[in-house]
Design a binder for this molecule. Sequence first.
Ligand code: SF4
Length: 349
Amino acid sequence: MTKAVSLFSGGLDSLLATQIIMDQGIEVIAVNFINPFANNKKMKEKQYYARTMSQKMGIELVEIELKENFLDLLRNPKYDFGKNLNPCIDCKILMITQAHEVMKEKRASFIVTGEVLSQRPKSQFLWGLSIIDRDSHLKGLILRPLSAKLLQETIPEQKGWVDRDKLYNFSGRIRGPQFALAQKLGINDYPAPAGGCLLTDPIFARRVYDLLIHDELTMENIELLKLGRYFRLSNQFKLLVGRNEKDNLALLSQAKPEDYVFTPSHTKGPTGLGKGIIDFYTEQLASGIIAYYSSSLIEPLNIKIQHQNYSSPKMVQPITLSLNQIEKYRIENFPIKLIRQNTQKTPQK
Ligand code: SF4
């Protein structure tokens, strides 16, 4: 029996593509990728669907976590970023290359994806798809059942493993044809379209960019970006400030002995997690920011700083900062244009 490996995000397009190929009597192995920036509600929902739907469809699911190999793409994307910090073409090449490994291991003959021609800029335009095919060294072996009739015939079609007449000619952003096909194929349970990963979010992208330019892009730091407010106080020091009790607890749980933990001394307020090399100026700034977000009516308020080198917590009387002064250090306020100017590269074709 012919086998194929399907890129199975759990979204509707991947469900449809997989079902179309299964309906042609081909055994499908699903591969689901978890990237470090997929940790938002919608992406988790898709992962849940990938698990439940693969079970329902009776197919094997292989889950692959992308880690350092994905971060390398951000450090040096061959095909530049999308609108924000999303290196979609490079990301697709990475996923297909990894799926190729599964294909070899499972002795499958080709790869299936739910990509729809021109549904998204760049990576799903014709030139984007052909770059993906070429750079993953799988030209002719990547079948996109939803748009196959608009694309060059692939090897599975030429060899008669797959009947081209039973494939589709969808293109563009409209979703109507996919909904109608889902109904026809009896797929009634699928997540709402989720968009891209967190790198497509302009606010989050600014945070990631800060790590990138300070050479601090690590898996550990990425988890921190998902918490609280983010301030860059110097090239060597950043501060994360909790917005609520949940953030405060999460920041505390992420604190390492070498980090600085800031809290108001006698009142409720945010927890600040400082990372890097502190000096008098950054200590003053960090304390002023924590004081600003504290709900203290006690004057003067002191800020407690804990660090492994201090035998007991250090008490600091914070400087008074206005919102305007604070916002200058908040990463999310840096104009997105700055990111684009600094990261724009000419795609290598
Ligand atoms: S949106 Fe994110 S996960 Fe999706 S292709 Fe682009 S970089 Fe990869």
